[in-house]
Ligand binder design. Structure first.
Ligand code: FE
Length: 307
């Protein structure tokens, strides 16, 4: 049952060199550079997003994901979810309004997979970038690179998949859209959504906690995924796989790496989900086809290259 969590709001990614990272996230992915804060973090957004930012880059000595934040409907929902998290046995941390520029207070907790998540209700809302709020044109003409339209989801690796699914389902109101089960019927991957999208966050079982597989950005068409592949080659950007299709969610996708080794995805299409949909199941023994529908085999990097 939905609990008032609306959507992924932001992801904070660690990068080794902020200027190199900007060439990637701004000039190649086509995110809009919004501003920098006093800590040197850089804020970016995709052009269709109405909130101030969705990606925060933080320079650090090792790559990976610091945290992923979800926006909730309003402050009453935020207070209720905080109480529910505490009642469920989660430790919550209060992050003051303004710690991220333009973002209201955040409630942070650690999932059983070891990842840091946060909930917030308020963020400055300047509207879509480059188009008017009244009579908006179809798209801004000065977008760069892949012209990413929105931050869509993260795929995260860690232990305790079942406990993490239970937390996201029972406390935060996520639905299980898709799952991968092993021959003993244990879930080894869960794809979770709070809306109609195929997934807002997904987890794959892995003994090591708090690992980052990819942050994903939505493109409009298959042709724009192909064009992204061309740009990846033009810029000598390390590629992981694609363009191809996923079996899970059926999105049309390409994976590549930022200069720090963090994996990114851009994709289009994909299945939709309503609350009465039964979860789609893939068998773990067919994981190759589930992940890379055409090749039907996993490349080694998919399971081993994490940040
Ligand atoms: Fe993905």
């Amino acid at each position: 049952m939905r609990k008032g969590v609306m959507r992924p709001g932001h992801v904070q990614i660690r990068v080794l060199d902020i200027e190199e990272a900007l060439k990637h996230y701004r000039d190649l992915l086509g995110l809009i550079e919004v501003e920098r804060d006093t800590q040197g973090r850089v804020y970016l957004k995709a052009w269709t997003e109405i909130d101030k930012f969705s990606v925060v880059l933080r320079e650090a000595d090792h790559p990976g994901m610091d945290l992923m934040g979800f926006k909730v409907l309003n402050n009453e929902v935020l207070e209720q979810l905080e109480a529910d998290l505490i009642a469920y046995g989660c430790e919550v941390e209060h992050i003051a309004a303004g710690e991220l520029n333009g973002c209201g207070r955040r409630i942070r907790f650690v999932a059983p997979t070891g990842h840091h998540f946060e909930l917030f209700a308020e963020k400055e809302q300047p509207g879509k970038w480059g188009v008017s709020k009244v009579n908006p044109e179809a798209w801004p003409r000065d977008l760069k690179g892949m012209k990413a339209t929105r931050f869509d989801h993260c795929l995260l690796y860690g232990p305790n998949i079942e406990e993490t699914y239970a937390l996201f389902r029972d406390v935060l109101g996520f639905d299980l859209a898709e799952q991968v089960v092993d021959p003993e019927q244990n879930r080894v991957a869960v794809f979770l959504t709070v809306g109609m999208k195929a997934h807002d966050v997904a987890f794959i079982d892995c003994p090591e906690p708090d690992k980052f597989h990819h942050a994903s950005f939505y493109l409009e068409t298959w042709e724009s995924v192909l064009r992204a592949a061309d740009l990846i080659s033009m810029t000598e950007t390390p590629i992981d796989i694609g363009p191809t299709r996923h079996g899970l969610t059926h999105g049309q996708t390409i994976y590549f790496f930022d200069p720090s080794g963090n994996r990114n995805e851009v994709f289009c299409g994909g299945d939709y989900h309503y609350p009465d949909h039964e979860a789609v199941t893939w068998k773990a023994e067919d994981l190759g086809k589930a992940i890379f529908y055409h090749d039907r085999v996993l490349n080694e990097r998919f399971l081993s290259v994490l940040t």
